[in-house]
Design a protein around this ligand. Structure first.
Ligand code: PLP
Length: 231
């Protein structure tokens, strides 16, 4: 079942790439395994070539990290508390959810202690939803200037979580807004700042996100099925 789900998502990604004149290799599919048992990840590992997994809780991520049978690429995609940075800074291939200077400072400090350079994305709340983390679009550039000198952080791009909508077309404008911000930042050619990653699009809207330039899509339900938060 997981294999079939995964292959269907793969197919849709390939089609969205074709529609927008992009190469399939430009888009990384991150399987969002939060709340799902390790056995689901093991099954995908056995039956598919999926190696990118997204988690939104530090405890769950480190637990799966310790128990998994072979190394995979872990992505921290959820809100991150500063006191927990030390547990994951050397275990994840990217932190997608950097939304404050304070958090960036702590990542810098903990990465220095472990002698690693931590790739990060800046989370932008382009839709300005009250309930969501992330900075405002107009704060993005100032933020970059404040952290560009941090030598144990590598800014790779931007991330957003679009609103939950019935019709994914409604989110197209937000994906476009994130891409415009990234192009704006890129045009400034700031040292130590890459803008090659756009992490946007979830189960409901990843095809639209790819049409608007997503280079990473984060798909949970579409691969693993509905989540149950009560167990
Ligand atoms: C849960 C989650 C996802 C995946 O959501 P689905 O709708 O199940 O695909 C993607 N990104 C973030 C930040 C998440 O927390």
């Amino acid at each position: 079942m997981l294999k079939e789900n995964y292959e269907l998502v793969e197919e849709k990604i390939t089609e969205a790439c074709k529609r927008s004149g992009r190469e399939r290799s430009e888009v990384t599919l991150i399987a969002v395994s939060k709340t799902k048992p390790l056995s689901d990840i093991e099954e995908l590992l056995e039956k598919t070539d999926c190696i990118h997994y997204g988690e939104n809780k530090v405890q769950e991520l480190t637990d799966k990290y310790e128990r998994i049978s072979k190394p995979v690429k872990w992505h921290m995609i959820g809100h991150l508390q500063t006191n927990k940075v030390k547990y994951i800074v050397d275990k994840v291939c990217m932190i997608h959810s950097v939304d404050s200077i304070n958090l960036a400072k702590v990542i810098e400090k903990e990465a220095a202690k472990k002698d690693v350079i931590c790739p990060i994305l800046i989370e932008v709340n382009v839709a300005e939803e009250e309930s969501k983390f992330g900075m405002k679009t107009e704060e993005g550039l100032d933020f970059i200037h404040e952290i560009k000198a941090f030598s144990h952080i590598k800014v790779k791009g931007l991330m957003t979580i679009a609103p939950f909508v019935e019709n994914p077309e409604e989110n197209r404008k937000y994906f476009r807004k994130l891409r415009d911000l990234s192009l704006d930042i890129k045009s400034k050619n700031i040292d130590n700042i890459d803008m090659n990653v756009l992490s946007m699009g979830m189960t409901n809207d990843y095809e639209v996100a790819i049409e608007e330039g997503a280079t990473m899509v984060r798909v949970g339900t579409g691969i693993f099925g509905a989540r149950n938060y009560n167990i």
